[in-house]
Every structure is written in C-alpha cells, then in structure tokens.
Design a protein around this ligand. Structure first.
Ligand code: UD1
Length: 416
C-alpha cells in the first residue's frame, strides 16, 4: 500500500489546473447505458480509482470503454446485462446508478444493496422509493434488490435532496416517454452537468440546479459528445491547502460560481480570494480567524470539504465549531488531526476545534477520500514530517495529487 511522505510548513505558490469533476463524470459515464450509440465524454479524470472503477462497471454490464487521456469513448459491445455484480457495487456505492438507466430501458434490473461505509450507513431507500413511485415493484433476493415492471413517467417527491437518487431518477426519466417531475431534487452543479448530457442525448430537461427538475424523456436516446465540468471539491481542497500553508495559488479551469459558500467561508477566516473568469486566486497570510459553519446540501458548504476545512481550523486563533448535517459519521479525521497536535472534540454531529499555533508532523492514516485530503492539508501546513497511510483512499478522488502539489512547492513523495 502506498504512503505519502510530506515535509510540511512550505507555502504553496503557483498555478494549478483542475481536473474534471469525479462526481459529475461518474453518473455521466453511466448515462451512456441509456443508448446503443457511441458516446464521447471529455475532461474525465481518468486516472482516478473511482473512474477506473466506473469503466469496470460499464464493461461488466456490456459496454466497451476506450480511454485516450481525459477523453473516454463508450461503445455498445454486446447486449446489455441488467444486473450489477456485488464485487463491484460493494467497492463503489455509486455503482447503484446503473439501476435508473437499465430499469427504464429494459423494465428489469438487479442491483446489490451496497453496505455501509466509513462515513455512514448510506442506505438507498430514497432511490428505491422514487422508482416505486414511478411504478417499479421491488423484491429482495440474496442481498440484491430486484426492480421490475415497466416504469411510467410521473411526479416524484424525494424526502431528502439526495444527489445519487436525483441522478438515478433523472437518468431513468430520460428514457421514459412523458413528463417526470422531481421535487426536492438535489441542486448540486453535478446535477446540472448530468442534465446537459441528457439534453445532448435527446431528452428535454429543465430546472436542473433548482429544487424541481422536469424531465421529458423519449424511448430512444442518441449518442453524445459531452465535456465534464471542473472538480469544485478538488478546487476547494487546493484553496484550503493554499490557505493553510499561508501561500498563494491560482486555480485554472475553476468555476467560481460553484464555490460561493467555500469562498465566503475562506474570506470570513481572513483569506483573500479573487474570482476570475474561469480561475480563482487564493492567498493567505498568518493564522485564520475561527469561523463556525454547518455543512448542507448545495448551495451550502459542501460536506466533501468539511474535513479539509476542519484541518485548517485547527490552526485558527480561537475556537470554532463545525457541524456535519449530511453524513452521520464523518469525523474520523478528528482523531488523526489530534495525533498532529490538533485539538478537536467531537460530540454527536459537531466538532469543536480549539486552534493551536502550529501542527506537528506524525504518522497518520486516511479513512476515506476527504478525510485523506484533510490529512494532506494538515501535513502540508505542519512542522516536520508526516507519513500518510492508506493513500488509496485519496487516489479515489484526487488525480495525480502529489505531482500537482509538488509543482507548486509542496515537499510530498509517494512511497510504494
Ligand atoms: C454524493 C457524492 C458525495 C457527497 C454527497 C453529498 C458522488 C459520487 N458522491 O454522494 O461525494 O458527499 O453526494 O454531497 O456524487 N441517503 C439516504 N437514503 C438514500 C440516499 C441518501 O438516507 O437513498 C442519505 C445518505 O446516507 C447521506 C445523505 O442522504 O447521509 C446524502 O446522500 P446523497 O446526497 O445521496 O450522497 P451520494 O449521492 O451518495
């Protein structure tokens, strides 16, 4: 298992180009299951483990995937299978997004229920309820959910604006003639990107980015050429790394409009953020002011940046609170930050952070993608050497992170 060796306390300075968004690319790649025509998806972070994994899911159900740099071509290969293997779903929960397209097209799908993961139980009840509202019947066999009977377009109201459920449902609706209205839909930019892709395939989608998404589908969708939006979570992580190391970074290909909550929080804490057209500049001198915040669905502060934010707040001039409202168990990084001298007390959904003047390097372990990112931010800022174990978590969501960070002055090395 790879590890990162990081010698901290060197300010990051320079220019970084962001990768395409993992969380947008993932459903968009699976949306290619909606057509037998070839699709070309561009600006895909193809080196990420989760994206490689998505290729395996596509291949397992019968597609052929060709990768050329960040461009991915998905072809029909053989008749599609309507079941996803457990081996794949248990490793990447987002594999359940095969259900929407396959169920809508073929009227039958078998998907293993993903187990819990490090950050929470993460059930798929909202996905399943939505399919039932459109007419699916559900049975359970050997830990797999079987959904059958043809779906019909219609109104659906989600009990929580789940990102995955909104995506699954939009993909299903795209292949159903008639109007599907999704109320209390997720509003994340990744939803808007999926909508653009579905429109390119021939569906009519309006309202993406608001709480009501309306999809007018059609039986036969066509191939598409689509370019994925830049990764706002990678952007936010680098913004926090720049601030925590008291450096200055310019991020190319950033979409400032997707980062409003993050920019506002960084500014309140004392960072200078300049938003350009397609880039963002962040710089910071000294320790941050303590700023308390809660995570919430978009346009709120993203749960995926809660961990790196908390790492930065460890260095604040005072006490701050971070409340996690999206996932129930997303503070595993707190104990690791404690090993570096961070003073974080977690109680229920809230972490109370007493800022310290400096963190010190230590051997630490990543427990999930974003907790891993938090440890990288902390280690870059800390005095001395840190060794981060279980880097494979970080590799799921951050493309060539050590090469990118090294190019802006970080002393980071991957050791096999
Ligand atoms: C997506 C993102 C993830 C991000 C999350 C919230 C991808 C691949 N991943 O995950 O990085 O942290 O959005 O912004 O895009 N829930 C239920 N029942 C359901 C579905 C969800 O209870 O059927 C709960 C989850 O357990 C969680 C919350 O709702 O507590 C949010 O989940 P959801 O928005 O669905 O996140 P994902 O799509 O899994």
């Amino acid at each position: 298992m790879d590890r990162f060796l990081i010698d901290g306390a060197h300010p990051l300075r320079g220019v970084l180009r962001l990768s395409g968004s993992k969380n947008a690319a993932l459903p968009i790649l699976l949306a290619t299951l909606l057509t037998d025509e070839p699709c070309v998806i561009e600006n895909v972070p193809t080196r990420l483990r989760d994206i490689r994994f998505t290729f395996r899911v596509l291949e397992a159900v019968g597609k052929r995937v060709e990768v050329l740099g960040s461009r991915v071509r998905v072809h029909a290969n053989k008749p599609l299978k309507t079941r996803a293997p457990y081996e794949l779903v248990k490793q990447m929960r987002a594999s359940v997004l095969v259900a929407g397209p396959l169920l809508a097209r073929f009227g039958w799908v078998r998907v293993p229920i993903p187990g819990g993961c490090a950050i929470g139980l993460r059930p798929i009840d909202i996905h399943l309820q939505a399919f039932e509202d459109l007419g699916a019947r559900r049975t359970l066999d050997q830990g797999d959910i079987i959904l059958d009977s043809p779906l019909r377009a219609g109104p659906v109201r989600l009990k929580f604006p789940s990102v995955g459920a909104t995506e699954n449902l939009m993909m299903a609706a795209a292949a159903l003639p008639g109007v599907t209205t999704i109320r209390n839909a997720a509003r994340e930019p990744e939803i808007e990107d999926l909508a653009r892709c579905l429109i390119g395939m021939g569906a009519r989608v309006s309202g993406a980015g608001s709480a009501t998404v309306v999809v007018r589908g059609c039986r036969t969708l066509r191939g598409v050429v689509h370019s994925v939006i830049p990764d706002r979570i990678e952007a936010g992580t680098f913004m926090l790394a720049a601030a925590a190391t008291q450096g200055s970074l310019r991020l190319l290909d950033a979409q400032p409009a997707h980062l409003k909550a993050v920019t506002a929080a960084l500014r309140r804490a004392g960072a200078v953020v300049r938003e350009g057209k397609g880039d963002i500049l962040v710089s910071m001198k000294g320790r941050p002011r303590p700023v308390s915040l809660s995570t919430s669905p978009y346009p709120g502060f993203p749960t995926d940046l809660q961990a790196p934010w908390l790492a930065w707040m460890c260095l604040a001039r005072g006490r701050s609170r971070v409340r996690e409202t999206v996932f129930e168990n997303r503070f595993l990084h707190a104990a690791e930050l404690g090993r570096m001298g961070g003073r974080v007390a977690v109680s229920a959904d809230t972490a109370v952070v007493e800022g310290v003047p400096a963190l010190s390097g230590a051997p630490i372990m990543a427990s999930d993608i974003r907790a891993g990112a938090a440890l990288v931010v902390a280690a870059l800022a800390a005095r001395g050497r840190s060794i981060i174990q279980r880097v494979y978590h970080i590799d799921r969501g951050y493309e060539r992170v050590e090469a990118k960070l090294r190019s802006v002055g970080a002393r980071i090395r991957r050791v096999k």
